[in-house]
Design a binder for this molecule. Structure first.
Ligand code: ADP
Ligand code: MG
Length: 672
């Protein structure tokens, strides 16, 4: 008996709908993507009851002829690809030719369309109910396309039951629309919910350059959110190997990967990934590898368990990425996944470094052969904090000191000589009376007060990244002159800038300084300077620990820990990094093994080293309540200024927070 049969078209469409159309937001996504593919300049979205009763998308795109309007409702009907080879390089949002028939099979569906480049004065209207064409007629209408989807899943009660509250469904729709709007600032979007206007986003003229595209993105972001967090511009290009190894093209040159957009400044983070938007060729994607790369790029500039804020666009040859691995195309697969990740992490890292180092480099007189990114580091390695860092050895090979212009330096307050500062806490000179510096004044007059950035109020920036700020004009805190006022609680150093009050956590700051000094040393020579022990010591370990340690010997040597095998389970310890205070070297090794084991396989060996340094640094840095003299504090700030990533400690906690005059005025009720 034959039991296999072909399913009716109608059923096949509903099955496809099961994959592609999960909820009203999926309908909005498919329709808006079609509008974007159709070269629209303006897209309007109306929803009712969270999209359950109505989703309507109206565009001014190329529209369709009568024949196309009928054909597009057939399964596998598309204008976007023709041959199987086209699948290898998809430049449109759609290509499966599934969305319209799927949606039409599970709703009451109306399509009204008129071709943009046709003389015909009329358009076409098609009415479909549950997948069956009810009516086709000529209709007077504007050019472009309007698609109306009513009573989604009316013929699939089981599916309808799975829909959530109107609120939830609306939120999903709004989330998708946010992504579409961010990816296409050149398109005007309006969004109406139950007749009320939620958004009216004007088209933002852009341009082909990254600077123009980023400016457009910033403007769109402001229109969407009203304000934006402290964001840094990313502009990074790299070449990665082309396509797959297996293909004959492999080996012939490479393909370009461009990454641009905005990422949160050090100290800006969120508890969820909600403000983390990544696009590949303008398609919003969810890619674990990229998420991971983002974290990797932030590394010590982000607290554990927090997530970056970003809006990043990857531009890559469509042939180097597969978008046909997910029915809703939410996921993509790179042929060179690993390299893409690496470039992404680099892009983020370099942007963060440039935020501080780059702006300093811009005003720094040219100094020796070191590159801007390295300069602050090597300099940090070369200096040490008098009276604090006695445990620090001299750098082995100090590079030529880099001079900074005076204006960037530490200006002692006029009234209080630096030496007496620690005995004279909290004597401030009103900043309003300070002679202002040209650059700062210019910056302030450009930036209206309402937009002036309150950089890094740690708690608030972390909790709500939507601090008012003007993206381009954020001048890093350490780039403006700071005057020392005093110390509160023997921990928080009080400073004053022309922008307001600055608090510095002396412990966190010193941790950052030591951390970078140590890494710089390890990097400089490939080896950290090791201090030979007068009396080498043997360390006996359990068999498991011994086996574990044997694998780490090489990396440990790089960090200045001299250990060699001395028997089955015994090691000879003959050198330690100079920063280790030498009371009990054996204990240090045992703790180190525990640390390394705890760090586990999730981190690579370089990270293990950093992890170790970060932990050690924490123990050896100036403690919270160590009283520091005025000159020591000045030195601390100066050394922090020379760090590559000065705004967070190695654990990602902020080293400095700022409270602008604007915020102070608000707190004191002087302004609204
Ligand atoms: P796909 O987008 O994968 O091609 P769809 O089912 O979403 O498949 O759409 C089928 C075809 O209908 C598209 O290829 C396109 O030619 C046409 N189309 C759909 N929506 C629009 C629109 N808003 N404007 C112009 N043409 C459209
Ligand atoms: Mg489509």
């Amino acid at each position: 008996m034959n039991r296999v049969r072909l399913l009716p078209e109608q059923v096949a469409n509903q099955i496809a709908a099961g994959e592609v159309i999960e909820r009203p937001a999926s309908v909005v996504k498919e329709l808006v993507e079609n509008s974007l593919d159709a070269d629209s300049r303006s897209v309007r979205v109306d929803i009712q009851a969270g999209g359950r009763s109505l989703v309507r998308v109206t565009d001014d795109g190329v529209g369709m002829s009568r024949d196309d309007a009928l054909l597009c409702l057939e399964r596998h009907a598309t204008s976007k690809i023709r041959r199987a080879e086209d699948l290898a390089s998809i430049a449109t949002m759609g290509f499966r030719g599934e969305a319209l028939p799927s949606i039409a099979s599970v709703s009451r569906f109306t399509l009204v369309t008129r071709e943009r480049d046709s003389d015909s004065p009329e358009g076409t209207q098609v009415l479909i109910s549950g997948g069956k064409i009810a009516e086709v007629r000529a209709a007077g209408c504007a050019t472009g396309t309007m698609i109306e989807v009513r009573q989604l899943f009316f013929n699939l009660p089981a599916r309808r039951k799975f829909l959530r509250t109107e609120e939830t469904e609306s939120a999903h729709i709004q989330h998708y629309l946010t992504l579409a709007a961010l990816a296409h600032p050149e398109v005007a979007f309006s969004f109406f919910r139950d007749g009320r206007q939620v958004w009216q986003l004007p088209a933002v003229p852009g341009g082909p350059s990254i600077a123009e595209k980023t400016a457009a993105l910033e403007q769109r972001l402001r229109a969407l959110q009203g304000t934006d967090s402290r964001l840094l511009r990313v502009d990074h290009t790299a070449t990665i190997a082309a396509v797959r190894e297996s293909e004959e093209t492999a080996g012939e040159g490479g393909t370009t990967l461009g990454i641009w957009g905005l990422i949160g400044a050090p100290g800006v983070s969120r508890a969820t990934r909600d403000d983390q938007h990544i696009f590949v060729n303008r398609r919003p994607v969810d890619n674990r590898g990229l998420n991971y790369a983002l974290l990797e790029g932030y590394h010590t500039a982000l607290m554990k368990g927090r997530y970056p804020v970003c809006c990043l666009f990857l531009e890559i040859d469509p042939a180097a990425v597969d978008v046909n691995i997910h029915p809703a195309k939410r996921e993509v697969k790179f042929h060179r996944e690993f390299e893409v990740r690496r470039v992404m992490a680099d892009a983020v890292r370099q942007t963060l470094l440039k935020y501080h180092g780059g702006s300093a480099a811009a005003v720094r007189p040219s100094a020796g052969p070191s590159t801007p990114a390295q300069a602050p580091r090597s300099l940090a390695a070369e200096q040490s904090l008098p009276g604090l860092a006695t445990v620090l050895p001299q750098g082995t090979n100090p590079p030529a000191p880099v001079q900074r212009p005076l204006a960037m330096g530490f200006r002692p307050p006029a009234e209080a000589p630096a030496e007496t500062i620690s005995q004279k806490p909290a004597v401030a000179s009103p900043a309003g009376k300070q002679p202002s510096i040209g650059a700062d004044e210019a910056l302030r007059s450009q930036t209206p007060p309402a937009n002036s950035p309150p950089p890094a109020p740690a708690a608030s920036a972390a909790a709500s990244p939507s601090q008012p700020a003007t993206t381009a004009a954020v001048q890093p805190l350490l780039d403006v002159p700071l005057r020392l006022i005093g110390v509160v609680g023997r921990l928080y150093v009080l400073l004053e800038s022309d922008r307001g009050l600055v608090l510095l956590d002396q412990h966190a700051a010193h941790e950052r300084i030591l951390f970078e000094q140590m890494l710089a040393r390890a990097e400089q020579s490939g080896h950290a300077p090791a201090q030979k022990l007068l009396l080498p010591q043997t360390v006996e370990l359990s068999a498991r620990d011994a086996a574990f340690l044997r694998e780490q010997l090489h990396d440990l040597a790089r960090l200045g820990v001299g250990l060699s095998e001395f028997g089955d389970r015994t090691f000879l310890l003959d050198a330690l990094p100079p920063f280790v205070r030498g009371s009990d070297p054996r204990q240090f090794v045992l703790e180190l093994i525990d640390d390394l084991k705890a760090a586990g396989a999730s981190v690579n060996t370089a990270r293990l080293g950093e992890h170790m340094v970060a932990k050690t640094v924490c123990r050896h840095a100036v403690k919270a309540h160590d009283p520091l003299s005025g000159p020591e504090l000045e030195k601390l700030v100066e050394q922090l200024r020379h760090c590559a990533l000065p705004y967070t400690c190695p654990h990602g906690r902020p080293t400095m927070i700022e409270m602008s005059y604007r915020e102070l005025e608000k707190k004191f009720g002087r302004v609204q």
